[in-house]
Design a protein around this ligand. Structure first.
Ligand SMILES: [Zn+2]
Ligand SMILES: [Zn+2]
Length: 353
């Protein structure tokens, strides 16, 4: 089958013929119908995250935001069968640790990120295997479209958990979103759908325009103002209630914290780059005196999908709105390389394999 493979970090992915996955007893094989292209793919391709033990080796097949149809079922799998339509959250849990037993695969002690580990080849391929499939696969409602669901395994659900659970967003809250890539745009859409007032921050007008279409009440182009945090404090009359770093560089993280008012909540969604290697200076005294919270947020507990699907069925949330261009596997290497300059708008989705 065809797959996009890392030959060398930072060099264009190569489309190769690789063997079709064989399911282990706990696994299913899913034929990929759609798979989003994420900033995390770009990081892994660059060779980032070795500082948290999460770098991928050369030979890796990336792709961790898939939706597709089950083609093969391992002998121990009980709840899934060939033909089932599924989305697969990127954080594949073992299903047995204390966190998984609470439905929190995103906090699994032995989490295996799909497409981001040599033991878990990803979905930029005609098919891919899913470990502990009964536990990890999320069955899709009949009516939803695969392309629209591609972000549900990563960006969209990550933004939902960050806002609804970690920040405990309330209607009427001011929400500053720093970085309007896929997860940032998802956060804008979700914030407005939940009755909050999103402010979009980016340095590219094309992304800010998309953010406005998705419901941003205000936009701040960080390249046009002296200080994005000061601008947000002006717009909100004192500071945002919730602020998200949806990119993961020192500047957006610090800007996010500095955008908050007293008792505000910062949510860190982006993992950092080779520049920061996870280390960022923060104004700890101000955070202490103003009782500002710093939350980490990673993926979404599987138990939260039910609510997410309910909101999608009601039409409150429309994940399809965040989709950017659709592309073929052959176009993927070029699209990934174009993310060097942060100019892709919305989530690119591979739909032809
Ligand atoms: Zn992702
Ligand atoms: Zn676990």
């Amino acid at each position: 089958m065809r797959a996009a493979v890392i030959q060398e970090h930072g060099e264009p992915l190569e489309i190769e013929d690789v063997s079709y996955p064989e399911p282990a007893p706990d696994q299913v094989v899913v034929e990929t119908e759609a798979c989003g292209v994420c900033r995390s793919d770009w990081h892994a391709w660059q060779g980032d995250w070795s500082w948290i033990g999460a770098g991928v080796p050369e030979g890796q097949i990336l792709g961790h935001e898939p939706a597709g149809i089950i083609s093969e079922v391992g002998e121990d799998v009980e709840t899934l069968e060939a033909g089932d339509r599924v989305a697969v959250p990127f954080h594949l849990g073992d299903g047995t640790c204390p966190h998984c037993r609470e439905g929190r695969a995103n906090n699994c002690e032995t989490v295996l990120p799909l497409g981001l580990s040599e033991y878990s080849q990803g979905a930029f391929a005609e098919a891919f295997a899913v470990r502990e499939a009964d536990f990890n696969c999320v069955k899709l409602p009949e009516e939803v479209d695969f392309t629209e669901m591609a972000g549900l395994g990563c960006r969209f659900m990550t933004a939902y958990h960050a806002l609804a659970d970690r920040a405990d967003l309330r209607p009427g809250d001011w929400v500053a979103v720093h970085g309007c890539g896929g997860v940032g745009l998802s956060a804008i859409h979700i914030a407005q759908a939940l009755g909050a007032h999103p402010i979009a921050v980016d340095v590219l007008d094309s992304k800010l325009e998309r953010a406005e279409e998705l419901g941003a009440i205000e936009t701040v182009n960080g390249a046009d103002v002296d200080s994005a945090p000061q601008e947000i404090k002006k717009l909100t009359g004192g500071g945002a209630d919730v602020s998200i770093d949806a990119l993961g560089i020192a500047e957006t993280c610090q800007n996010s914290v500095n955008s908050l008012g007293t008792r505000g909540s910062h949510v860190q969604v982006g993992l950092t780059t080779g520049e920061e290697q996870g280390q960022i200076d923060l104004p700890v005294d101000v955070m202490t005196m103003q009782e500002i919270d710093f939350h980490g947020s990673f993926g979404m507990p599987l138990v939260r999908y039910e609510e997410l699907f309910r909101l999608i069925a009601k039409g409150t949330l429309e994940p399809g709105k965040i989709i950017g261009e659709t592309l073929s596997l052959d176009e993927l290497p070029g699209t990934l390389a174009s993310m060097d300059d942060y100019e892709t708008v919305g989530i690119p989705v591979v739909t032809e394999f």
